[in-house]
Design a protein around this ligand. Structure first.
Ligand code: PNW
Length: 465
């Protein structure tokens, strides 16, 4: 079996676990939080598996201290979480809700007391519904409202939070929210989705500005979900299809964030649906989006293998299931080598100052055995293979400086409800009991070896049973 070598990771590497607000918090109607587009989407029949929602989720909002102990017991030195905009500015714009800020202040203080570095994501998809009612991400005003919200959060928490992620996965928020409609708010309009993508990137630029202004000693970046795209065959047609897929999933976001503007071939392909053709790219926008940031966050789960498909929609590319490959419970191909390829390609093509893997993980249908253990061999192997692949990329020159496993615990997996489990901690959603899975034990033991000889604080609490 492929085993990662802890020695391949440089000293002071950031090792963490990640979550997001709507997926874990619950307390959806408490302490002044207003509805987000996900509350609305979940309440719309047929949108989320089994009609489930995030009203309770992992009840993290009420179990904060125990969950922070759990995080500490893993021996991580960082924790990535997101702030729910509707808790902070329930009206989308305007008045601040102090109770919302107080909760995240407790999160941050609890982490710092345990010697864990907080990594704060400002937007992980829970847009206040009131802003969707005024047009959502396809409207430029939403980006401006995000700028105000970022101003509030950086002012309130910037004295203690020094690692900021502006936007999580603009591709998913834009395309799955407004293009294929699988995510909230469930619209299906290509032009709208590309308008949304431009305003999400604009929001990133405004977020960087707010962090720089209010937390000058902070590091700030964006998190993109990236998947290396490979042609199904060596044919020129399939190679061109893979290049289009790469434009769609990767270059559309990477190019502007690294100051190059939008990739011209893809603007052309989009035609009337491009933000340029819609007249949405205003003077100064590309400078704002391309402002130099401190790191690139990458969420990596899989790769895509595509063939030319002349009749298949506007992208004319079809993703293929790879014969003989292993697939996760989410039906995503397990493709660790593509992580090495992706990291080296980013280093070569974009030369980022630093790359953090802000999410990586796999979903499988876990069960608790009679002896109380969760033997998630497949997930354990997934982490081992991907960390080995990441170690290879670092050895070959990729400037990767951190890794966050997705996720700390099983949680509300968006359109899949509670059916898909990504946690290294098992959550019984009836009792809210948490059980460290075999993968979590492996990760904890691996981190102990990777951080050997480094200044780490040993957990003050025993691992929960
Ligand atoms: C990410 N895709 O979502 C999110 O950041 C997490 O909140 C989520 O739980 C996790 O991955 C697992 O799904 C993605 O279709 C959703 O390529 C869809 C895609 C990628 C990432």
């Amino acid at each position: 079996m492929t085993q990662p070598n802890p020695k391949n990771f440089p000293p002071r590497f950031t090792w963490g676990v990640a979550t997001s607000s709507y997926q874990i918090e619950g307390a959806a109607h408490e302490d002044g939080r207003s509805p987000s587009i996900w509350d609305t989407f979940c309440a719309t029949p047929g949108k989320v598996l089994n009609g489930e929602n995030g009203d309770v989720a992992c009840d993290h909002y009420h179990r904060l201290d125990r969950d922070l102990d759990l995080i500490q017991s893993l021996g991580v030195n960082a924790y990535r979480f997101s702030v729910a905009w509707p808790r902070i500015v329930p009206g989308g714009r305007g008045a601040t809700n102090q109770a919302g800020l107080d909760f995240y202040s407790r999160v941050v203080d609890g982490l710092l007391a345990r010697d864990i570095t907080p990594w704060l994501t400002l937007y992980h998809w829970d847009l206040p519904q009131v802003l969707q009612d005024r047009g959502g991400w396809p409207a430029r005003d939403t980006a401006l409202a995000f700028g105000d919200y970022a101003e509030v959060v950086t002012t309130a928490l910037g004295d203690r939070v020094k690692h900021w992620i502006t936007i999580n996965e603009p591709w998913v928020a834009a395309f799955m929210g407004y293009g294929n409609g699988i995510h909230a708010p469930g619209h299906t309009n290509l032009a709208e989705s590309f308008a949304a993508s431009h305003h999400l990137l604009l929001a990133h630029g405004l977020g960087v500005q707010a962090v720089r202004k209010n937390v000058p000693d902070a590091q700030v970046g964006i998190t993109l979900n990236l998947a290396a795209a490979y042609p199904a065959t060596d044919s020129e047609m399939d190679k061109a299809a893979a290049h289009r897929q790469d434009g769609f999933a990767n270059r559309w976001y990477l190019d502007p964030v690294f100051g190059r503007g939008y990739p011209r071939d893809f603007v052309e392909l989009l035609g009337d649906a491009s933000p340029q053709a819609q007249g949405l790219v205003l003077p100064g926008d590309l400078d704002l989006i391309g402002v130099v940031s401190d790191f690139l966050g990458v969420n990596m789960y899989s790769r895509s293998v595509v063939e030319d498909a002349p009749d298949d929609g506007w992208l004319r590319a079809r993703g293929l299931r790879v014969e003989g490959s292993e697939y996760t419970g989410f039906d995503w191909e397990v493709a660790p080598q593509s992580l090495t390829d992706l990291m080296l390609r980013l280093q070569k093509d974009y030369n980022p100052v630093a790359i953090y893997i802000t999410e990586n993980g796999a979903s499988y249908p876990d069960t608790v055995n009679a002896d109380g253990n969760v033997q998630d061999e497949a997930r354990t192997r997934y982490f081992q293979q991907h960390l080995a692949a990441l170690g290879d990329a670092i050895t070959d020159g990729a400037k990767v400086t951190g890794y966050f496993a997705w996720s700390l615990m099983d949680n509300f997996e968006w359109a899949e409800g509670y059916d898909k489990r990504f946690g290294i901690v098992y959550v019984d959603f009836e009792t809210q009991a948490r059980t460290l899975k075999q993968s979590g034990q492996w990760y904890r033991d691996f981190l102990a070896r990777a951080q050997e000889g480094q200044p780490v604080t040993l957990p003050r609490f025993p691992a929960p049973t």
